[in-house]
Design a protein around this ligand. Structure first.
Ligand code: SF4
Length: 425
């Protein structure tokens, strides 16, 4: 489950192309985290076999008829953005969707060869870099696994969501949970050993026992990383419509919190540490690509609806595949959102994401940046308030870190910190 959607999907109209992101930006500022060339790349593959009811990622039901056109267009966009990695080794690539594993192996071959030609993948091939692709167990084959492995992919993310057919049905997921172990094995046979699994809890009517069984089934698999998300009801999804029609009731907050705490405890007992609100890994196995998002590093982004961050500017490609295929500005894609660099917004973004990390938010750096905005005292006061509420461990420490209670209120803490930067006109 990739979270590369930095802007609301309701804004879908094209306002230009991503050429403006790359040609408008001044030289990077040495003082901030995006001072280097982009070291990361996100690729969005929009095809899915079916639209799951809870999903608000951009995806279209795959008819197999536009995969070639999409691949050709994606390659052109990769060529347009590659110079902005400046011939230096990419540290991370993440392919999300959609269901990337639905793309035909021969088209994957084309994309992977092109990546090899355009970018320096030496760090990835040596194993110090990370190249992850999201997969659905239904669309994995030994042939696909071989193509990935030859192309340098060294980590896979498997969308299991649940092993219980009742919860899968409630989510309107159509895959067979019994295919998950075989899909993982296919990748491991091909030489890809780093595996992450996605699970969802707080599904309507799910019991604690059912959730515990899901966790234990996942832990019996050869995985190094587990993302466990509480079900969210996003506006405009079929799940939200079903909820408002009264077809089921939402999991009460206290039971969801209990499931979350049970997750932390169970995973810890098996050697997985929480390094972000919903993400847990064995030592050294945290997802580096997502850490780059959460610490506001730069990343390139290609494909419909992909969001990128370059020298402080943010943009989002237009989601609609038709528009993506049609508008080609020397390879740059149509975009529906573009935010030029802005110190206040950048600091807000950093606070919002880094406070969700176990390592916490770099307080010294945040306060220094807030000082230039005239908000240092307000930000410190907000951190002290969060400490007084029992959410932040120590407002005077070098890093503001959430305690176990604070992780339950991470969004609230983020709002308090961000609120300190808002100035009335
Ligand atoms: S497979 Fe994933 S991306 Fe596709 S519709 Fe389902 S949840 Fe969304």
């Amino acid at each position: 489950m990739a979270d590369n959607t930095a802007f609301s999907l309701s804004k879908q109209r094209s306002i230009g192309t991503s050429a403006m992101v790359f040609t408008d930006q001044p030289a990077p500022r040495a003082s901030v985290s995006h001072a280097e060339k982009a070291r990361s790349l996100y690729i969005h593959i929009p095809f899915c076999a079916h639209k799951c009811h809870y999903c608000d990622f951009y995806s279209i039901v795959d008819q197999q008829d536009r995969q070639q056109a999409f691949t050709d267009r994606l390659v052109r966009e990769l060529r347009a953005q590659a110079p902005f990695a400046d011939d230096r080794p990419l540290e991370t690539i993440f392919v999300g969707g959609g269901t990337p594993s639905l793309l035909a192996p021969k088209l994957w071959k084309t994309i992977l060869q092109e990546l090899d030609r355009l970018f320096d993948l030496s760090a990835i091939r040596e194993g110090t870099g990370e190249f992850s692709i999201e997969n659905n167990p239904e669309s994995v084959s030994p042939q696909l696994a071989q193509v990935y492995a030859q192309g340098g992919v060294n980590r896979i993310s498997m969308g299991a969501q649940s092993f219980n057919p009742i919860q899968l049905k409630a989510l309107d997921r159509t895959h067979d949970p019994e295919k998950v172990p075989g899909a993982i094995e296919a990748f491991q046979r091909a030489g890809i050993h780093r595996v992450s699994l996605d699970l969802i809890f707080a599904v309507p009517d799910q019991t604690m026992d059912q959730w515990d069984t899901d966790l234990r089934t996942a832990l019996a698999l050869p995985i190094e990383h587990l993302s466990a998300y509480g079900l969210t009801y996003e506006p405009g999804t079929a799940m939200t419509a079903r909820l408002s029609r009264g077809e089921f009731t939402q999991m009460p907050d206290d039971i969801e919190a209990e499931m979350y705490l049970h997750t932390i405890k169970t995973l810890r007992a098996h050697g997985y540490e929480r390094y972000e609100v919903s993400n847990h890994a064995k030592p050294g196995a945290a997802c580096r690509h997502n850490l780059n998002y959460w610490t506001s590093k730069d990343w390139l982004a290609v494909g419909p609806s992909a969001s990128g961050h370059f020298r402080g500017a943010r943009w989002k490609n237009t989601p609609r595949l038709d528009d993506y295929l049609k508008l080609d500005d020397n390879g740059f894609a149509p975009i529906c959102d573009y935010e030029t660099p802005d110190e206040r917004r950048e600091l807000m973004d950093l606070l919002m994401t880094s406070i969700r990390l176990t390592q916490g938010c770099d307080a010294k750096s945040a306060l220094t940046r807030a000082q230039t905005l005239g908000c240092e005292d307000q930000l410190m006061l907000a951190a002290v308030m969060c400490q007084d509420q029992g959410w932040v461990i120590d407002a005077d420490a070098d890093f503001w870190q959430l305690n176990d209670d604070g992780f339950l209120f991470a969004d609230r803490v983020a709002r308090e910190l961000i609120g300190a930067l808002i100035v009335d006109d």
